[in-house]
Design a protein around this ligand. Structure first.
Ligand SMILES: [Zn+2]
Length: 63
């Protein structure tokens, strides 16, 4: 099954709970946030390391 991931929009609030906009937060530090629109998010580091995390709050935001 294909699992399409979307990058967080620049002006969306960052997923790391900083309450800052993505472009002023993790994106600036070389961390990319991807989500599948179903409550699953991946934090992707410039090193290529990937962390799969489940965010309950995303379910409310993207449904
Ligand atoms: Zn952040």
């Amino acid at each position: 099954m294909e699992n399409k991931m979307f990058e967080l929009e620049d002006n969306e609030v960052c997923l790391c709970d900083s309450n800052r906009k993505y472009k002023n937060c993790c994106k600036k530090r070389g961390i990319q946030w991807l989500h599948d629109g179903k409550g699953n998010a991946i934090r992707k580091f410039s090193l290529g390391e990937e962390l799969m995390e489940n965010f309950e709050s995303l379910k409310e935001r993207f449904t």
